[in-house]
Design a protein around this ligand. Structure first.
Ligand SMILES: Nc1nc(=O)c2c([nH]1)NC[C@@H]1CN(c3ccc(C(=O)N[C@@H](CCC(=O)O)C(=O)O)cc3)CN21
Ligand SMILES: CC(C)C(=O)C(=O)O
Ligand SMILES: [Mg+2]
Length: 288
């Protein structure tokens, strides 16, 4: 990121103004980050969705700051020239500004992220301002906010009726005023996401939020069908079927071990010619 060609929040705003879409993908470890960077992704999100796709939880609520620091550090080692955003996990930015800043410090200094993301609207605006004042870029996240799934009552589309649409618009404008550098719109109707994208000067990054956001974000395991519980959701597109490749590869390995076709002669290492004499005695190979 010291690289002068790397993306930063000033360039992101310029890209929006120029109509250049931002591509964002989640990554959770060294190999996924390395491959995402090699593929040319603009931004990496170390999402707390790692709770679902890496740790096997049903929701993102059990994910801890320790989990996020550990995974963020492995991602930043894998993608050294990509702008990396780390999710603030559940309940780490609601206990007052001291506790919030401690969590932010860990993601930035131990995880080496370049920015953090927080779910929420008006209720987090003062927190956003305090973190931005500390010199840390904040990405907002409204619409479906999975950390509030127990308040929302499920993973439901947001912004269907006029009242909900206005609430989302108010939240987006308040977050922009609070200083976020961009806003993730998750599972928001296309019409509302388009109106919000036009109303703010910072980039919107959509997931299940239609075609008119300033950027798009997807979960690594979803778009690659990599054992993802969400792979068949409407907002996901399969770009490669890594899950099938891995399963078939492992299954062939199991079969070849069982029928002794692996390892083959080409995979083995042979000793010097006379080593058998000492192992089996002067009588030679095969006896005893
Ligand atoms: N692997 C993964 N991908 C994600 O996109 C993701 C996570 N995990 N974990 C955190 C949240 C949870 N997300 C979800 C979870 C469920 C739906 C879902 O069931 N959507 C319905 C639409 C519901 C409606 O019509 O209101 C769908 O069919 O797409 C969507 C997003 C998105 N996030
Ligand atoms: C789905 C994206 C926006 C996210 O917050 C995550 O991956 O945790
Ligand atoms: Mg998240």
């Amino acid at each position: 990121m010291a690289d002068k060609h790397a993306l930063n929040i000033v360039k992101m705003k310029k890209m929006k103004a120029d109509g250049v879409p931002l591509s964002m993908l989640t990554a959770y470890d060294y190999p996924s980050a390395l491959l995402a960077e090699e593929a040319g992704i603009d931004l990496i999100l170390v999402g707390d969705s790692l709770g679902n796709v890496v740790l096997g939880y049903d929701t993102t609520l059990p994910v801890t700051i320790e989990d996020m620091v550990y995974h963020t550090r492995s991602v930043t080692r894998g993608a050294r020239n990509t702008f990396i955003v780390a999710d603030m996990p559940f309940m780490t930015y609601h206990g007052g500004i001291d506790e919030t800043l401690r969590s932010v410090r860990r993601l930035m200094q131990e995880g080496r992220a370049h920015a953090v993301k927080m779910e929420g609207g008006l209720e987090i605006c003062s927190t956003v301002s305090a973190v931005v004042s500390a010199g840390v870029p904040v990405l907002g996240h409204i619409g479906l906010t999975p950390q509030s799934v127990n308040m929302i009552g499920g993973y439901r589309i947001q912004g269907k009726d006029a009242k909900d649409a206005q609430r989302l618009m108010d939240e987006a404008k308040a977050l922009e005023a609070a200083g976020v550098f961009g806003i993730v719109l998750e599972l928001v109707t296309e019409e509302v996401a388009e109106a919000i994208s036009k109303a703010v000067s910072i980039p919107t990054i959509g997931i299940g939020a239609g075609r008119y956001c300033d950027g798009q974000v997807l979960v690594f395991h979803d778009l690659l069908r990599y054992a993802s519980p969400y792979r068949d959701k409407r907002f996901v597109k399969t770009y490669a079927d890594v899950g099938t490749l891995i399963r078939e590869g492992i299954s062939s390995y199991v079969q070849e071990v069982k029928d002794r076709s692996f390892p083959a002669e080409s995979h083995v290492f042979n000793a010097d010619e006379h080593v058998l004499d000492s192992l089996y005695g002067a009588a030679g190979k095969g006896e005893g």
